[in-house]
Design a protein around this ligand. Structure first.
Ligand code: PGA
Length: 268
């Protein structure tokens, strides 16, 4: 794999927070407070607020993502949302978040089919992977993440589609999500490299160009430690993304690094 400049991204995952009205107001405030074209900014509100947020951020450069999608394109699945339904509402989609692996028992197979659905509908997937604390303590962090990537890639392997997926991976150690405890930047950087190596070995073309974000208790004060690592391309932010000041700080820090990276490697 050769080294290439990758885009820097900050993705807000609002989880099960905000009504459509609240989401609209928050999105307007965040878009205004983070106005910077050096990085990509994505807001993932609850499904019911997608339309309100899409309207609120129109023309600001902020993009909209869903937090989940069903693994089938249509069918008798009461209460579910399919990828074709998201057309026009979202351009990104979080897939395989650890809270869904935990609460909805999502397997790597299901997650792989969700990647496939995203690809078919032109949604850019943000695939979440990460180990539990016991796995890290047993020295199994890399193996766990490799297995998750392998399982999720299987739906696309052999179909010549891997390269078109526009994949972004979020490395989110489960023990760091919503706990206030972050990974160390150096450890997250090792995992980001391992993720690209694994994707390369799985046949993803141009794996060196796939952005890897860090997620897990990122705040405006911890962002610097992660984005300082050349292998980390931004953050997937949960709790702090509901606060305008926090988002302003996180985006400003990421934009600083994005500019420095472009200055170092202007041709990309
Ligand atoms: P957190 O969540 O920032 O609240 O830890 C991150 C995530 O779940 O994506």
């Amino acid at each position: 794999m050769t080294t290439v400049a990758r885009p820097v991204l900050v993705v807000a995952n609002w989880k099960m927070h905000t009504t459509p009205l609240e989401a609209s107001d928050l999105a307007v405030a965040i878009a205004a407070a983070t106005s910077d074209d050096a990085i990509g900014r994505v807001i993932c509100p609850p499904f019911v607020a997608l339309a309100a947020v899409a309207a609120a951020v129109a023309g600001t450069g902020v993009e909209v993502g869903a937090q989940n999608v069903h693994d089938r394109p249509f069918g008798a699945h009461t209460g579910e949302i399919s990828a074709p339904m998201l057309r026009g509402l979202a351009s990104w989609c979080i897939v395989g978040h650890s809270e869904r692996r935990r609460d909805q028992a999502e397997t790597d197979d299901v997650i792989g089919r969700k990647l496939e659905r995203c690809l078919e509908s032109g949604l850019r997937p943000i695939l979440c992977v990460g180990e539990r604390l016991a796995e890290r303590e047993a020295g199994l962090a890399e193996v766990t993440v490799r297995d998750q990537l392998k399982g999720a890639s299987s739906a696309l392997t052999g179909k010549g589609e891997l390269g078109q997926a526009g994949l972004v991976v979020a490395y989110e150690p489960v023990w760091a999500i919503g706990t206030g405890r972050t990974a160390r930047g150096v450890d997250a950087a090792v995992m980001a490299e391992a993720i690209r190596d694994a994707l390369d070995a799985l046949g993803w073309p141009d794996a060196a160009a796939i952005p890897v974000l860090y997620g897990g208790s990122v705040t405006s004060s911890t962002m610097a430690e992660f984005i300082a690592e050349p292998s980390i391309d931004g953050a997937l932010v949960g709790g702090a993304s509901l606060k305008v000041d926090e988002m302003a700080g996180i985006v400003a820090r990421a934009a600083l690094t994005a500019r420095a990276r472009v200055a170092q490697d202007p041709v990309g």
